[in-house]
Design a protein around this ligand. Structure first.
Ligand code: NCD
Length: 324
């Protein structure tokens, strides 16, 4: 919305800002956001409908498959009395089929709405949309292998909720470091705080891009790449598991070679976990966490992590629309 070739820093003021990357955030911004997530939790548990977004329309335009992110944005707006216009797979069902450009699509939906949430397979598209839209904020719901800021915000909040801090953390991230946009955003988020140390467990071919690794470590976060589960630190505060991102592989055989090399089961948790840690996953999972873990209290992926997604999106949309 606010024209620039890069997203503007939040600087304590969310109103009218596009939400494109975790690079826009500073620790101070979480001091504003996090208490509001808590407030939204209370609002959503009340039977009375809230009026915070009364009269607001949010367009959700998703060029890639989504269930959780799409549904939680949609539910978030409705929880607050707002309305949504929802376009799933526009490449199949919209004027894009007739050859419409992203520019025109964004301009059109800008005219109908107060905010546009976009997911797209190409890195940088959310920023491109933000440059096109002059009157409404754009929220990035995932741009290819780039970033997924709202997921990282809810992940960060989930860690904070459990550990009561965001510094001095020891974490384990596992799965697809190369293509996982949730990983890319969460590392950025954790690098805003002091003395965080993250172990990255993946096959060599799915390590972070060298330039990303250097860019992140320059910020002060300690990243330790490991390829063997035996190197998992026993004192981690959180495990963040991810699926290998099948849709980013050109060759299905290369995907088959690396999928589900690291699978969390009861034995792995017993051998390398500890009592106070939490086990997170942005979902969907496709076999990398066994269902036998689901009833373990440490497994928050189908509990607080998923619920926090809606509360965070309620808070964030209200803030960018200047309603809080
Ligand atoms: C993630 C995504 O889309 O990047 N899913 C989500 O939004 N919760 C993770 C994934 O697809 O693996």
């Amino acid at each position: 919305m606010l024209k620039n070739s890069f997203p503007m820093n939040i600087n304590g003021k969310f109103k009218d800002k596009d939400i494109i990357s975790l690079d826009q955030f500073a620790p101070y911004d979480f001091k504003i956001l996090f208490p509001l997530i808590n407030k939204m939790k209370k609002i959503s548990l009340e039977a009375k409908p809230s009026k915070i977004l009364n009269g607001n329309i949010v367009v959700l335009i998703f060029y890639e498959p989504s269930s959780r992110t799409f549904a939680s944005f949609s539910a978030a707006v409705k929880q607050l009395g707002g309305q949504t216009v929802e376009i799933l797979n526009p490449q199949e069902f919209s004027s894009m089929v007739k050859g419409e450009t992203l520019e025109d699509t964004i301009r059109v939906f800008e005219a109908y709405s107060d905010c546009i949430v976009i997911r797209h397979p190409i890195v940088g598209t959310a920023q491109k949309a933000a440059n096109i839209a002059t009157s409404v904020p754009i929220i990035n719901a995932g741009d290819g292998i780039g970033e997924h800021p709202t997921q990282a915000l809810l992940d960060l909040y989930t860690i904070y909720e459990k550990t009561d801090r965001l510094d001095n953390l020891i974490g384990l991230m596992a799965g697809d470091m190369l293509n996982g946009r949730t990983i890319h955003s969460l590392i950025r988020a954790l690098s805003l705080f002091k003395k965080n140390k993250i172990y990255l467990l993946s096959p060599r071919s799915l390590r972070l891009k060298k330039s990303d690794f250097l860019n992140f470590t320059k910020r002060g976060i300690k990243l330790i790449e490991i390829i063997n589960e035996k190197d998992i630190p026993k004192n981690a505060d959180f495990w963040y598991w991810t699926r290998v991102q099948k849709e980013r592989f050109e060759n299905p055989k290369s995907y088959e070679k690396v999928k589900n090399i690291f699978v969390v089961d009861k034995k792995m948790l017993k051998d390398y976990g500890n009592k106070k840690m939490i086990l997170m996953h942005p979902l969907p999972r496709v076999g990398e966490i066994k269902t036998e873990i689901d009833n373990d209290k440490r497994a928050v992926y189908l509990r607080s992590q998923i619920r926090n997604g809606m509360y965070l999106r309620m808070a964030l949309i209200s803030l960018v629309l200047g309603k809080l």
